[in-house]
Structure formats: structure tokens, C-alpha cells
Design a binder for this molecule. Sequence first.
Ligand SMILES: *Cc1c(COP(=O)(O)O)cnc(C)c1O
Ligand code: SF4
Length: 434
Amino acid sequence: MKYKIFALHNFREIPQIALLPEEEQFNIEVVGHVLPFKTNNYVVDELIDWNNYKNDPIYILNFPQKGMLSEEDFEHMAKVIRSGADRYTIKKEANKIREKLNPHPAGQLEYNVPELNGVRLNGIQHKYNETVLFFPSQGQTCHAYCTFCFRWPQFTGMDELKFAMKEVNLLIEYIKQHPEVTDILITGGDPMVMKTKILDIYLSSIIEADIPHLQNIRIGSKSLAFWPYRYLTDNDADDVLRLFKKVVDSGKSLAFMAHFNHYKELKTEAVQEAIKRIRATGAQIRTQSPLLNNINADPEVWSTMWKKQVQLGLIPYYMFIARDTGAQEYFGVPLAKAWEIFQKAYINVSGVARTVRGPSMSCTPGKVRIIGTTEVKGEKAFVLEFIQGRKNDWVCRPFFAKYDEEALWINDLKPAFGNENFFFEEDLSEILLK
Ligand SMILES: *Cc1c(COP(=O)(O)O)cnc(C)c1O
Ligand code: SF4
């Protein structure tokens, strides 16, 4: 299958789009200037149900929607575009709106970039002891873009903010100096947009470095959902599978962290065949997704998705709360509702699918999971815990926040039961000052 990209400059050439009302096309154009927008022929022809596009989760996942901007910002952008402004002006106005949308949530830029011998390593983040994130510079794009993406500043031309690193040697050197690191998570964008030749340089160097404490190599990718032909018919499809096998044969575990937002992404013959081929290399596939209003905010969608994943040999791993970035007003689900959806979905699947953890917020102090709600002496509270913490010792210690039906993110929460602060706050300020 030949990969064909559609984005702002050519989306009106998509036959299914040309049939939509002009107003719908214009809305895509307006919002597509601000939020990430890119799709491809697989998504358009095999995933989206065009007869019901307005409610189709994959359409909403790939095509910018009017409601993703505030009315004021939408009208402003629409006016700029209608006035026939030049590209430079449009871009400038779009950037102003983006700046308001918290493009770098959870202190990603300030706090997680480590140093090697006094030099900042811009393509690496190291937040939790065991796992180092690596952003290879050639993997900072995706086969299509999710409209909710929290990494969107990496794609929208704000180049100075782009995390990138060419030198895998620095990564290896860093891991050698950090015996606590057991995992590398290669991420992006999507590292699987890289040609096998490039990915091979990274992976082979890592396994040849033969670092005994490094056990797990993980690759975070949405390619199974957005372009399964990467593993079927692309020129280097067989090569990439051989490379996976090489990693597994070296004695490291290879975990493919697959991003699926909806069971519809698991239905095509192409994705099922790609999953089989990846699993045949000995790699394991684990799955994760944020919970998104207008896309998957329904327990039925999750339980169906987890069941289907298990049937296909995948391991459900994380349900995330949508980050406080981009179109959070459109996608955000209140924490109380998120827990309800998680619980309703979880009780509907057997133990083999209950490997999933969530709903979890990746925020400045760590990954915070909502365990549930409780009431003590008439005060209703959320029960929370760290799945990962900037300080390891925070993990697994239940703590309480005042119940708030509307809270969307940890910043909206206050300690319960008369406490002034959450138990981790003092430590956190100390760590962040360092
Ligand atoms: C989620 C995450 C990891 C990996 O955490 P696991 O629980 O091991 O999957 C590592 N680093 C950062 C910054 C993360 O957000
Ligand atoms: S696949 Fe991941 S990185 Fe790429 S656009 Fe979607 S959420 Fe963002």
C-alpha cells in the first residue's frame, strides 16, 4: 500500500472531504492552522466511517473540529483567514493562540532534561529512576496526528522547542553512568516513522553497548493504528521485523508500547496482520490510551477495546487522563467521571485484561492514579496514589483530595481532611529547586 499524506495544503483533495459541506471544510482549515493536522489514506479509507463522520471517533481523532478552539479564538482565526492574510500573518496569529494552550505541560522542558558531564542532553528525559525516555531526532513526527496530542509543539513548526538528539552515543554513555536505569523508552512523535536503516543505528548501538543493567527496550508508537503497512508492505517492512528479532535475540526484552484510542482501530485486516508479524519476532505489545471526551469517554468502548486487544495477544497497560494542554476543553473528562468510566469498563473484563492501570495523570510530581472515592466522617474525597513518582518512595501510598466533581487535573485538587498540603509537596519543591 502506498502511503499518501494529507494535511492543511491538500486535505480538500480527499474525495470524502470534498463531499462534505463547505462550512465543515472551512472549520477544518481554521482549526488545522492551530492544532496538529495530518492524516493519511489508510485512516481515510479504512478507519473512518464517512456515513457517520460527525460522530466518528477516528474522524474526530484526525480532523480538527470547530469545538477544539474557544469561540473567540475560532472567530479570530476565521477572520484572519477570510481576510486573505499571508502565510506569515496566519502563522503568527496561530502561534499566539497556541501559546495560550499550555504547549509544554508537566514541566517537561524545565525539569526532566538530564546532564552528562555537565552538558544538557536535549534528546533525553529522565524523570523516574528506572526509565529513560529517548527522542531520536528523526522520529519527531507521526504517520498521522492526533488532534489531542500533547506533543503538538514538536510538529507545528515551533522548532526551538523541539527535543532532538542525534547522538545515540551520549544516550549510551548516560545509561552506563546510571545503574538504576533498566528501561529505555524510545519515543517521539513516533519512532516508527523512521526508516529501518536509521532505527537500526539506534537499536543496534544500544544492544551492542551490552549494558548489563539495561533490560527492556521499549518503543512507543501509534503506527499500528495509523499505518499498519509499516509492517506489511513498506519497502523496509521485513527489515524492521528482522531488527525487532535481533533485539529480542540479544537477550533484551522488546516492548512495543502501542497507542490505540478506540476498538475501531483494531478491526482492519491490515492491523491484525501487522500485530501477528510483530508478535512473531518475540516482541511483546502493550497498549495505552488517554481517555478522551468525544472519542472514547464510554466504558463500553474501553471494555470492548481491552477484550479485543487481549484476543489479539496485546497487553492492556495504561488509561491516561487527557493532559492539560491543547484542546483540553474539548477532550477533557473530569476526574470523577474518568474513574467511573474506568471502573465500569474494568469490571466488565476478566483478569487477563486487568493488567491495565488507570486512570492516571502524568503530572509534575509523577503518574497519579485515581483509585476511587470515599467518605470519612461526612467528607467526600478522592483516593489517589502514585504509580510513578519523582521520588520513588511516594509510590503506592494512598492519599486524599477533596472530592470535586468538576476537577479535570491535579492542579484543581485540594488536600482533604483539613490538611494544608499533599504529603509529597515539600519534597517536590526541594527536588524542583535542585
Ligand atoms: C510514563 C513514563 C515513563 C514510564 O513509566 P512506566 O510506568 O515504567 O511505564 C517514563 N518516563 C516518563 C517521563 C513517563 O511519563
Ligand atoms: S501518535 Fe502520539 S505523538 Fe503522534 S500525534 Fe498522536 S498522540 Fe501525538
